[in-house]
Design a protein around this ligand. Structure first.
Ligand SMILES: *[C@@H]1O[C@H](CO)[C@@H](O)[C@H](O)[C@H]1NC(C)=O
Length: 359
């Protein structure tokens, strides 16, 4: 039925104002979805899945169904006097195991087990990764491979930080631990602010930002480190400004690893970015409050750090060694970050751990 339209007011009718509001809302939702898509990491390319990279190494299956790829070296574990599990650092994999000389392995009877941390190389990502889950993974790995009730642990860099988690969560499984150039978390409870501030300002500004984002806005970590508007982490980008004199020489060795293409093959998010989100995330405990797990016993915790480390500042390790007097602290005045691969260092580290040579 036709109605008179002669008296319609010259402002938009309520119906079309509602329309404009709906359009604005649709536009907002569209932009938000677009933004969400931008900051969302892509799904990892799981090893052995259709279209994913092939499985080439030996793997063991954990209770939750994830696989860990591992590499054994030294003497066979049945004959070994010492069993050591090695935990690699950032942007590395099982092939980066501490280069203990075959002679020393034979002489002392060392079995060395190295594995890909979750999301690296051929180990499945762990979507529920925390500072604790890696310690439980290590325990399960040791049990799957029947290493017995106790073993030694060595961890480097990000894998060094993992050592504190193992001392916290699985101390009863350990004979002794070597912590090499460990990454520290500036927000650990119990760190005096002048100490964390001193360490913080030893980083390049772009790394301060990358670390700040991974702590305060972890959901933005993927975007932050893959966009090209702001500079992302220089550690991810192998910035030569982070190399001390000794590191610059060792980088010839470290930068030319033939298996490097494998390391990030499942996608950078589940390995590199998750490392940052967990390593610099919010922990509800602090290494500063750890008790000596070997009190009265034979085992020791050794902490090694290079004075000239420009990748992981020595400040936090120095402070931890003061707070925890039972930690045997070795500061290497001429070394940077990569000292574990310097000539002779691996054997020195292992001898001090297993024999207590230098105490
Ligand atoms: C932090 O402050 C304390 C107490 O004032 C001082 O003893 C210590 O040397 C300072 N540490 C650093 C790294 O500045």
């Amino acid at each position: 039925m036709a109605q008179s339209t002669g008296k319609r007011p010259p402002v938009p009718a309520p119906a079309s104002r509602g329309m404009a509001r709906k359009l604005a809302l649709a536009l907002f939702v569209f932009l938000a979805a677009l933004l969400y898509q931008q900051i969302q990491p892509p799904a990892p390319k799981i090893c052995g899945s259709p279209g994913g990279p092939p499985v080439t190494g030996t793997r063991t299956k954990l209770k939750d169904g994830r696989h860990l790829a591992y590499l054994e070296s030294g003497v066979p574990k049945e004959k070994a006097k010492y069993k050591i599990i090695y935990v690699h650092g950032f942007d590395s994999c099982r092939y980066d195991a501490l280069p203990i000389s075959p002679e020393l392995a034979q002489e002392l009877g060392i079995y060395l087990l190295s594995f890909d941390r979750p999301g690296y190389a051929e180990s499945d990502p762990n979507p529920a990764r925390t500072e604790k889950s890696i310690a439980l993974d290590i325990e399960e790995l040791a049990d799957n491979l029947q290493l017995g009730p106790k073993f030694h642990l060595i961890g480097f860099s990000m894998g060094g930080e993992v050592m504190w988690s193992c001392l916290k969560h699985i101390p009863h499984r350990l004979y002794g631990v070597a912590v090499l150039g460990p990454v520290g978390n500036y927000w650990w409870p119990g760190l005096p602010s002048n100490v964390s501030r001193e360490a913080w300002y030893q980083q390049l500004p772009r790394d301060q930002w990358a670390v700040w984002v991974s702590h305060h806005l972890p959901w933005l970590t993927y975007w932050w480190n893959t966009q090209s508007f702001f500079p992302g982490s220089s550690v991810i980008a192998y910035n030569p400004a982070l190399l001390s004199e000794e590191d610059a020489m060792l980088m010839d060795k470290f930068g030319m690893r033939p298996y490097m293409a494998q390391i990030r093959q499942q996608g950078e998010h589940e390995c590199l970015h998750k490392d940052m989100m967990v390593g610099f995330g919010k922990w509800d405990w602090s290494p500063m409050e750890l008790q000596d797990p070997f009190a009265g016993g034979k085992g020791k915790v050794h902490l090694w750090h290079g004075t000239e480390d420009l990748i992981v500042p020595v400040t936090l390790s120095r402070y931890i060694s003061e707070r925890l007097p039972w930690v045997v602290y070795h500061e290497l005045p001429k070394s940077g970050h990569l000292f574990p691969i310097a000539d002779g260092m691996a054997d020195a580290i292992v001898k001090s751990l297993l024999l207590g040579d230098d105490q």
